[in-house]
Design a protein around this ligand. Structure first.
Ligand code: SAM
Ligand code: SF4
Length: 330
C-alpha cells in the first residue's frame, strides 16, 4: 500500500496549498496605510532567510502539497538577487505569483515570461500623480504606470490592488472601473484593514456594498462572476467591459471558510493568518537541520477558523499586538 500524500491540514479540515513568502521587510515606498508613521523595526540581516533557505523551505512546502507560491514583502523586487531566486523557485513546478509596487518591474518582465510567471498583483491606489505621492510618500507614479502598460503588452495577468480610504481615493472607484473598459486586467478594491501602527478606523474604510452601489450608479448592470475556489475576493464585470473588478471584503464580509493560505515572513516565521498574533519559527529548526514536516503540520493546527479569532469584529487589543503589514507580507 502506498503512503497517503502528506498535506498541511488544519483542525477544520482545510488543506493549505497556497504559500505567501515575504522576501524582505524593506520597501522603496512608504504607503501610509501599510507602513507605520514611526517606521518599523527592521529585521536584522542575519535573521533574514537567505535565498537558499527560501528555496529549501519552498521545496518542503511543495512536498507537503503546496502548489502555489506568491512572492511578496515589503517590496519583493528590492531583494538582492531576486532574479536568481525566482528562476530557482520556478523549477519547483508550482504556480508562481507576485505582489509588487511595480517600481522595478520592467527589469524582470522578460524573465517572468521565460519562467512562466504570469500573475502579477500591482499595487496602484490612485490614477492621480499628486495623490500617489501623498499616499506613497515617494514619486514613482509615471514609472509604475509605464510598467503596468509594459506588463499588459507582455500579456501578463495583471490585477491592480487598490486599498480604498475615504477622502483619499474613494472618489476614484469609477475611474478604475472605466480603466477596465478596454484593458484586459482586474481592478481589485481592498477594504482597509487594521495592523499595528496604521491608525485604522473603519470610518475611513469603504465597504463592499458601498463600492458596488457606487459602480452600479454610474455603469448600470454588474455581472457577478463565478469565484474560483479559495478565492478571497468576490468577482464582477461591468457589461461590455474587457476587464473585470473584484472586492476583498475582509472587514464587512470575511471569506475565511475556505482559506488555504499560509504566510512565511522574511525571518522565517510561519503565520496562519494575516491577523495572527502568534507565529511558528521555521528558520531556527531549519538551520539546525531538524525535520520540518511535523513542525509545519503541527503549526497549522493552531489556526483559528476566521481572522485569528476576531470572527465577529476587529479588536484593537488583538491587532495592535500583531506585526505591521509591511513586516507580514500582504
Ligand atoms: N510592496 C508590495 C505591494 O505593495 O504590492 C507587496 C507587499 S504589500 C504589504 C501587499 C499588499 O498589501 C498591497 O497590495 C497593499 O496595498 C496591501 N495592504 C497594505 N496595507 C494594507 C491595509 N492596511 N489594508 C489593506 N491592504 C493593505
Ligand atoms: Fe511598500 Fe507595498 Fe507597503 Fe506600499 S503597500 S509600503 S509598496 S510594502
Amino acid at each position: 500500500m502506498t503512503e497517503a500524500k502528506k498535506q498541511i491540514v488544519d483542525n477544520f479540515g482545510r488543506p493549505h496549498t497556497y504559500l505567501r513568502i515575504s522576501l524582505t521587510d524593506r520597501c522603496n515606498l512608504r504607503c501610509f496605510y501599510c507602513m507605520p508613521e514611526d517606521g518599523v523595526e527592521l529585521i536584522e540581516k542575519p535573521n533574514i532567510m537567505s535565498l537558499e533557505e527560501i528555496i529549501e523551505l519552498s521545496r518542503t512546502f511543495r512536498d507537503l502539497g503546496v502548489d502555489t507560491i506568491r512572492l511578496t514583502g515589503g517590496e519583493p523586487l528590492v531583494r538582492k538577487n531576486f532574479g536568481y531566486l525566482v528562476e530557482e523557485l520556478a523549477k519547483l513546478g508550482v504556480t508562481l505569483k507576485i505582489t509588487t509596487n511595480g517600481i522595478t518591474l520592467d527589469k524582470y518582465l522578460e524573465l517572468f515570461q521565460k519562467i512562466g510567471l504570469r500573475k502579477i498583483n500591482l499595487s496602484l491606489d490612485t490614477l492621480d500623480k499628486a495623490k500617489s505621492v501623498f499616499i506613497t510618500k515617494r514619486d514613482y507614479f509615471e514609472r509604475v504606470m509605464r510598467n503596468l502598460e509594459k506588463s499588459l503588452e507582455m500579456d501578463m495577468e495583471v490585477k491592480l490592488n487598490i486599498v480604498l480610504i475615504k477622502g483619499v481615493n474613494d472618489n476614484e472607484i469609477n475611474d478604475f472601473i472605466a480603466f477596465t473598459k478596454h484593458k484586459n486586467l482586474t481592478v481589485k478594491f481592498i477594504e482597509f484593514m487594521p495592523f499595528k501602527g496604521n491608525k485604522w478606523d473603519w470610518s475611513k474604510g469603504v465597504g463592499k456594498q458601498e463600492i458596488l452601489d457606487t459602480i452600479s450608479e454610474q455603469f448600470g448592470t454588474i455581472q457577478e462572476l463565478k469565484n474560483p475556489r479559495h478565492s478571497t475576493s468576490s468577482n464582477f464585470k461591468v457589461d461590455g467591459h474587457t476587464g473585470s473588478f473584484a472586492i476583498v471584503s475582509t472587514i464587512t464580509s470575511p471569506f475565511c471558510e475556505d482559506c488555504n493560505r499560509i504566510r512565511v515572513t522574511a525571518d522565517g516565521k510561519m503565520m496562519n493568518c494575516l491577523f495572527a498574533s502568534s507565529d511558528t519559527d521555521l528558520l531556527t529548526p531549519m538551520r539546525n537541520g531538524e525535520p520540518m514536516n511535523d513542525i509545519i503540520m503541527n503549526a497549522i493546527k493552531t489556526k483559528k477558523y476566521s481572522r485569528d479569532g476576531m470572527d465577529v469584529k476587529m479588536d484593537a487589543d488583538h491587532y495592535e499586538k500583531n506585526r505591521s503589514m509591511i513586516s507580514i507580507g500582504g
